[in-house]
Structures are given as structure tokens and as C-alpha cells.
Design a protein around this ligand. Structure first.
Ligand SMILES: Cc1cc2nc3c(=O)[nH]c(=O)nc-3n(C[C@H](O)[C@H](O)[C@H](O)COP(=O)(O)OP(=O)(O)OC[C@H]3O[C@@H](n4cnc5c(N)ncnc54)[C@H](O)[C@@H]3O)c2cc1C
Length: 448
């Protein structure tokens, strides 16, 4: 039985781990020269950083087997830049009468989750936060981050799919305050909402997951073609070499997968699904500390970025003594001007904005690095609800299974990617593999 996984991000690896634990032999092909996907970590000159802030839940980190000395706890310390000043989130906003009245409006209004059927994510946010908080903070932030008006986003986005775990926590805390504690019980969920960071970077999570089967992972091995015959994958092509396949599991972005599949157009519709790309600019700075807080959010249009992280404020070992890093995130589409901008021009533009907001001197910025990362975030456009929800249905390619954040166009976080991919692997064993070994065609058609 030749089982192949494409993509060595956490989803592909978690799926492979489960199969290996059940006694199957699996090969994983990864196009980059390192594993981790969006959870790759980089080291340079004593610095350690990831693709944007990547913090995981304590519960999850323990579950995968990292020991207490292998991670640190991350403080909840986020600020939002509104009308020229930083406000500590979420409780800082309660100092502003305009936001308090917005909150009171929500308290006496409808229940947040009522009547969301058919509503947009924008409507959901206004109902959850009240008009002032929504207008000044959330709606512009989401517009910038997702690249569309929140009214065009599906309400599906609301369920555990806010901008990041940090935002999710903010959301829960704010809705808790606004609803008099009805929606969020810190006592019960404290453990779940405690964030930690591995001492060797977030990639350490992926290394831990594949500890027992590293020799089955091929790096620098892009899958370039998937050959389908009679609605079954027969072989994949990796750097010109044909590799026969009995079961194929894809964790790569759906539109990219669709482009690789030959002799069938059953995945063609998925090319329309929208994703945001991220440009990550990392500034290496000769100062011990620059920002207040770990993460700063910028809803205002005048800034090119939507989020800046100073990871040293959460974990001191990520930069040498007397130095720090700022990770600036810009989200965009491939056709956007900013994605094509020459690196130097973009860097100058961002550097000016940083100097203005944080009173930095140009001389303090020692150097920078840019990472352009496609398919970082699925965009839940209302018009694509049906298509997106159908991704779990059969595609017609009997031995091809889908997992992952971009692999299924689902806004999955780290722990969700892990759990979800393992659950998929279990289902593959129960359906796909049984069908493969028994020749039971019907059971083999079940997609995850
Ligand atoms: C900026 C940012 C910050 C985040 N912060 C957090 C956070 O704080 N907490 C949290 O819980 N989650 C966070 N997340 C989400 C988390 O990163 C994802 O849930 C997780 O990494 C998804 O993993 P995946 O394996 O599904 O996808 P990916 O990591 O995208 O893996 C797909 C893999 O497929 C490979 N691939 C693509 N094409 C091919 C090909 N043709 N052949 C072979 N290989 C191929 C890619 O190189 C990649 O390695 C964040 C995400 C982003 C973008």
C-alpha cells in the first residue's frame, strides 16, 4: 500500500503521524527545503522568528509531548492603535465613553448569536461589539486583513475564525464583559486559553510530531503533477520522477492542487476559492525593546500593515541582549500593487511608518528580511459558502483525500489543524484504505 502525503506542514505531518502510529508506511513530499509550512522558524545572528506571531495552547503543546522546560508562557498583552494612540485590548477600550456606550447597547440588545443565519460577518461583528467598537476597530481591521468588506464575508467566519488566537481571546473576553460573563468563563477555559511558545521556535511542534518517521519525509521534493485515470490517482510526479500511488493525501492549497491534477476537471471549481497572501517584513533593531505589548494592531488605512509583533516581549530568548525584532505583517492578493512592489521600496515605506509610530531612528534598524508567503488565509466570501462547505463531499477522485488549512480552505489554527488531520487519517483508514485493500469501490469514494 503506497500512501503518500503532499505537504509537510502540521496538517500533512499530523495525518502521516496517525497513519504511522496505526502501522501504515507513509511517504511525505515537501516542496521546501524545511518542514513546517506556515509554522517554519528562522534563525539568524542569534535571532529566532516565525512567519508572524505563532503561539499555541498549553493544553495542545502538552498533548503532543513537549516537556515543561521546552516552552515558555506567553503574556496576554495586545494593543490597538486608534486615532493616534495605543489602547490596551480589551479592557483599555472601556476607558472611552464612546466605546462604553457601544458596549451598553450590546448588553441591552439582542443576544450576539441570535439571528446570524444568512447574515454577513460584518453584521455579526456589529451585533457582537456595538457600532462604535465595530466601526473604529474591528471592521477596518478585518477589511484590511481579508481585503474585502466584512459585509461580503460569510458569518461562518465567526466561529473560532477571528484573525488569530490572540484576537479570539480578545473576542471572548470582550464578549464576556459585554454580556456580563455569560459567554466566557475564564475559570473553565483558563487552561485552554493559556498560550505558550516552544524554546526552539514554533517549528519545534512539527519536529516533535514527526519524531518517529523523519526518514519518510522528502524535502525539496515538489509534487509537480498528479496523474488521474478512471477517477483514481495512479501516480505523482516529483521533479520529473513518476511515483505510483494507492492513496494520496493533499495538505497543499486547494487551487494549487487543482492545477496539478491531470486528465480530470473535477477539482476545477476550487481554483475560484480565494486566499490572502502575507508579506512578512522582519526588522532587526539595535534596541532592547520598542513596543508596548507583544502584538499591536493597526486598523487605520494610513498604515500599510495590519499587525506588528515584537516577539521578544513575549519570550526574551528570541533576540540577543540589547537587540530586538519587529515582525510587520501585510496581507494582500497576488494582483495587489504591494505584492509586486520592489523590496527596497516597500521596506522604505514601512520603515517610515515604524519610525513615525514608535519614534525609531533609521540608524537603529540594522537590517531587514522579507518573506512573501502565499495562501496564508482563506477568505470566506459569502458567494462561495456552498462551494466551501462542499469541500468535504466526494470530489470524484476516489483515492484523493484533503486535509489542512489551505488544503481544505478552512480557517484552522495549530491545534485544530492537528486534531482535524488526525481525525481525517482515522476516517481514511475506515473508508479509503479499507476500500483499497478490499477493492470496495463505493466505500473508497468517501471524501473527508
Ligand atoms: C501569520 C500567521 C500567524 C499564525 N498564528 C497562529 C497562532 O498564533 N496560533 C495558531 O494556532 N495558529 C496560527 N496560525 C495558523 C497556523 O499557521 C496554521 O493553522 C497551520 O500552520 C496550517 O498548517 P497546514 O499544514 O494546514 O498548512 P501549511 O503549513 O500551509 O502546509 C502546506 C505545506 O504544503 C507544502 N506544499 C505546497 N505545495 C506543494 C507541492 N506542490 N509539493 C509538495 N509540497 C507542497 C508547503 O510548502 C507547506 O509546507 C497562523 C497563521 C499565519 C499565516
Amino acid at each position: 500500500m503506497r500512501i503518500v502525503v503532499i505537504g509537510a506542514g502540521i496538517s500533512g505531518l499530523s495525518c502521516a503521524q496517525y497513519l504511522v502510529q496505526q502501522g501504515y508506511r507513509v511517504c511525505v513530499y515537501e516542496k521546501e527545503n524545511a518542514l513546517g509550512g506556515l509554522m517554519r522558524s528562522y534563525t539568524q545572528d542569534g535571532y529566532l522568528y516565525d512567519i508572524g506571531p505563532h503561539y499555541a495552547y498549553h493544553e495542545f503543546i502538552k498533548k503532543i509531548g513537549l516537556t515543561d522546560d521546552e516552552y515558555v508562557y506567553i503574556p496576554f498583552d495586545y494593543q490597538v492603535f486608534v486615532n493616534g494612540s495605543f489602547i490596551k485590548f480589551p479592557f483599555g477600550i472601556m476607558k472611552y465613553p464612546r466605546y462604553v456606550s457601544s458596549a451598553i447597547g450590546v448588553l441591552f440588545g439582542n443576544s450576539i448569536r441570535n439571528n446570524t443565519e444568512g447574515a454577513s460577518f460584518g453584521a455579526y461583528i456589529r451585533r457582537a461589539f456595538g457600532d462604535s467598537i465595530a466601526q473604529d476597530i474591528w471592521l477596518p481591521l478585518i477589511r484590511k486583513w481579508q481585503g474585502v468588506d466584512p459585509e461580503e464575508l460569510s458569518v461562518d467566519f465567526a466561529d473560532r475564525k477571528l484573525p488569530s488566537i490572540s484576537t479570539r481571546l480578545m473576542f471572548n473576553m470582550v464578549t464576556s464583559v459585554l454580556s456580563g460573563g455569560r459567554t466566557f468563563s475564564f475559570g473553565n477555559r483558563e487552561k485552554h486559553f493559556t498560550h505558550v511558545y516552544p524554546r526552539k521556535g514554533i517549528q519545534q511542534v512539527c519536529h516533535k510530531i514527526c519524531e518517529g518517521f523523519k526518514d519518510c519525509i522528502y524535502l525539496d521534493a515538489p509534487v509537480e503533477e498528479i496523474n488521474v485515470k478512471d477517477n483514481r490517482v495512479e501516480a505523482i510526479n516529483v521533479k520529473g520522477k513518476e511515483i505510483p500511488v494507492d492513496v494520496l493525501i493533499s495538505a497543499i492549497p486547494l487551487p494549487a492542487l487543482s492545477g496539478l491534477v491531470r486528465n480530470t476537471d473535477v477539482l476545477e471549481a476550487y481554483r475560484r476559492l480565494r486566499f490572502r497572501n502575507t508579506i512578512l517584513l522582519v526588522f532587526f533593531i539595535a534596541r532592547n525593546k520598542v513596543m508596548r505589548g507583544v502584538i499591536n494592531w493597526f486598523p487605520d488605512k494610513e498604515f500599510t500593515f495590519f499587525r506588528i509583533t515584537e516577539p521578544k516581549n513575549a519570550a526574551s530568548f528570541v533576540a540577543p541582549q540589547g537587540k530586538t525584532i519587529m515582525e510587520v505583517e501585510i496581507t494582500c492578493n497576488e494582483e495587489d500593487h504591494v505584492w509586486r512592489m520592489p523590496e527596497l521600496v516597500l521596506c522604505d515605506l514601512v520603515q517610515k511608518q515604524l519610525c513615525q509610530v514608535y519614534q525609531l531612528n533609521n540608524e537603529e534598524i540594522e537590517y531587514y528580511r522579507i518573506h512573501k508567503v502565499p495562501f496564508t488565509s482563506p477568505t470566506y466570501l459569502i458567494g462561495y459558502d456552498a462551494l466551501r462547505r462542499n469541500i468535504r463531499c466526494p470530489t470524484g477522485i476516489k483515492n484523493l483525500f484533503l486535509v489542512g488549512r489551505a488544503g481544505q480552505h478552512r480557517y484552522l489554527l495549530i491545534d485544530e489543524s492537528y486534531e482535524h488531520a488526525r481525525a481525517c487519517a482515522q476516517e481514511i483508514i475506515e473508508t479509503g484504505l479499507t476500500a483499497e485493500t478490499n477493492g470496495d469501490e463505493d466505500r473508497g469514494t468517501k471524501m473527508l
